[in-house]
Design a protein around this ligand. Structure first.
Ligand code: ADP
Ligand code: F6P
Length: 324
């Protein structure tokens, strides 16, 4: 082994995502295969500060590839956002002999990793969030599972919506991003999809479309609203009072964050975890692992955090044309 990195730490941080376990498993087993020691850090940056750390072996990650959530637990850590907190975390790494850190999480977690890197702790980020909102990567671990869960839920809602000739307004996750809403909307044939990236017009985007489809014989309606747009209940009330159509709001919520990861999430997590250790073994540090054109790539962490990703609004055109 040519690397100077002998011991790595691995943590999961921010909102959990199905497939994080598969990523932890890949990180641990690849690192062990390269002769590195692995320290599992519990509850994100909190565990680094409080010393909730244990040495992992091959069997520490048995029976987890198919499980949602994260065996390392996750958390948000306010103290770590301060310079004092970050200095303490860097000192903890040095005391525990952690030469480099693998951070599985969203861009908030990567901002933390960037700060730690500045304080001399080399880091690698692996994108894990159901929202798919990490700019440098076309794909984030958990996104596929979350969307499939949401589709399954909306399909169930459709049955009752159709039976009662109702309108269902369904809120899916995505505080700042409409990726889940857009794809779930297309996959469930939603009449309208509201996303934070594109301001909506109630008249044009919902009322007129409902009126048109009613004329063609449609009697039940699904409207998908991203969490970042919100107000599902108000929207349902408004639709009901303006159209007379019995309307219900459903917020899918955290059910979308759980469950067994899909094949795509397991494979992406496994290859990203492998790639992260490959980088560390080569002495390449302070990178974010990403997917670009279906390939696993990596970017400098500062570059990664300065990148922007735009939603493909062509998908809205597809939805508006077909789901009518
Ligand atoms: P995510 O990683 O899913 O985007 P958060 O934004 O909640 O989730 O970030 C997770 C944790 O990362 C925070 O609780 C905090 O400890 C750390 N973090 C977030 N933003 C920053 C920042 N700007 N600087 C340093 N650390 C941060
Ligand atoms: O980042 C994923 C996400 O599920 C967002 O879509 C959502 O806004 C947020 O996490 C909710 O997180 P929590 O309830 O854990 O604060």
């Amino acid at each position: 082994m040519s690397t100077r990195i002998k011991t790595i730490g691995v943590l999961t941080s921010g909102g959990d995502a199905p497939g994080m376990n598969a990523a932890v498993r890949a990180v641990v087993r690849t690192a062990l295969s390269r002769g590195m020691r692995v320290m599992g850090i519990e509850r994100g940056y909190n565990g680094l500060l409080s010393g909730e750390v244990y040495e992992m072996n091959l069997r520490s990650v048995s029976e987890i590839i198919h499980r949602g959530g994260t065996v390392l637990y996750t958390a948000r850590c306010l103290e770590f956002k301060t310079l004092e907190g970050q200095q303490k975390a860097a000192d903890q790494c040095r005391e525990m002999g952690i030469d480099a850190l693998v951070v599985i999480g969203g861009d908030g977690s990567f901002r933390g990793a960037k700060d730690l890197a500045k304080l001399g702790v080399p880091c690698i980020g692996i994108p894990g969030t159901i929202d798919n909102d990490i700019a440098c990567s076309e794909y984030t671990i958990g996104y596929d599972t979350a969307m499939n869960t949401a589709v399954e839920m909306v399909d169930k809602l459709r049955d009752t919506t159709q039976s009662h000739d109702r309108c269902s307004v369904v809120e899916v996750m995505g505080r700042n991003a409409g990726y889940i809403a857009l794809n779930v909307g297309i996959a469930t044939g939603a009449l309208a999809i509201l996303i934070p990236e594109r301001p909506y017009d109630l008249e044009r985007d919902i009322m007129e479309r409902m009126a048109f489809t009613q004329k063609t014989g449609k009697k039940h309606f699904i409207v998908i609203v991203a969490e970042g747009v919100g107000h599902a209940q108000e929207l349902a009330n408004e639709i009901q009072s303006r159209t007379g159509i019995d309307s219900r709001a459903t917020v899918l919520g955290h059910v979308q964050r759980g469950g067994s990861p899909t094949l795509r999430d397991r494979v992406t997590a496994s290859t990203m975890g492998f790639h992260a250790i490959d980088l560390l073994e080569k002495g390449i540090v302070n990178r974010v692992v990403a997917v670009s054109a279906d390939k696993i790539v990596d970017y400098d962490i500062n570059v990664a955090l300065s990148m922007h990703k735009t939603i493909d609004t062509m998908l809205l055109d597809v939805a508006n044309t077909i789901s009518i």
